[in-house]
Design a protein around this ligand. Sequence first.
Ligand code: ADP
Ligand code: MG
Length: 407
Amino acid sequence: MKFLVQKFGGTSVATPQGREMVAAKVVAAKEEGYMPVVVVSAMGRNGDPYATDTLINTVKQINRNVSPREMDLLMSCGEIISGVVMVATLEKMGHPAVFLTGAQAGIITDNNFTEARILRVKPEAVLKHAREGKIVVVAGFQGISEEGEITTLGRGGSDTTAAALGVALNAEYVDIYTDVDGIMTADPRIVSDAVAREMVTYDEICQLAHEGAKVVHPRAVEIVMQKNIPLRVKSTFSDAPGTLVTSSGEVYKGTIDITRDRTITGITQIPNVVQFKVNTNGGEGLKQQRRLFKGLALAGISLDFINVYPDQVVFTVKEEVAEKATQVLENTGFVAEIIPGCAKVAAVGAGMTGVPGVMASIVDALAKENIPILQSSDSHTTIWVLVRQEDMERAVRALHRQFISGA
Ligand code: ADP
Ligand code: MG
């Protein structure tokens, strides 16, 4: 059997019209000779009756300290409702279908409630129903622990469900359907002329996701990568070809090396970060720096954008933990300059490796817009700059113009 895993996000299944478009994509796959396995998210966004955030708020209004175990039981409901509604839609159109919860579909996880990790998949039930010719609809975002507890997989978890099923079923593709035409050159909410990329590598999409383009969960990419199963990101609402995600530089089904024809694949942004410049020139530089990093690590604070100089350490943290970080510094006797209201903007592209002048172009583009760079850093596929939050959107647009739209 030629399996195709098709995952549909919350916006795709939110309305009856959306669900009919979802069903049309599933039926089209079946007509192409695939056995579709459909993974669904909960219907809609916060405020919609069965959206995950709505369910959470229903309980949090009563008590903010409900245990993660109970929260997982609650949060698993959205996908169950959505999945049964999907089966109803498919069957109304004359296509036999069956719904399975994560547990019924054999998604086995650890017992880290609300952020569980998939340990393995036992696909027997999916295979049995598929052999009977039924379209199997599986609840995304949920699983079952070895102790039999219902768990959820964290934000973006339905992508991970689809990826794990794709690997377990050795699917031809894992298709992630959403409300945009694919992996775009920038967040379309910021850059109006962002375009969908025809192809990106697994590494690039992971990097894009880590840097704020949360269109596919990075964990999902890590899972499909292990078995080299190609991922496609497509729109439920159009017939655009979408983005094919596959191994780096590999010749895929006769197409060419995808990283050579461009330097930058996309521009991303992460708002709400705080920069710390910590003075460590108290005479015993290294020892002090050790003490600093240890103190922050013990407090469980994850740092980003770290630069170490002989008498200064510069780093950023997420806004939510800035107060805690400030406290740690005070308690350990460090003096720091704290700059709130920063944003991280990144240019990502496997094609930048070995290309000279990328940083020069970035500085050039930002200078033209009078946007000061507060800090910068780079790896072989990414260059980051830290800017003031109020400059973030302009910076994203400036870099998009410089590297992508060229206007
Ligand atoms: P779903 O509910 O389908 O899982 P998500 O909200 O998780 O959808 O992801 C899709 C959204 O990601 C798009 O609507 C888009 O606004 C946003 N996004 C941000 N950056 C990008 C990008 N570079 N390419 C595509 N989408 C992006
Ligand atoms: Mg998503």
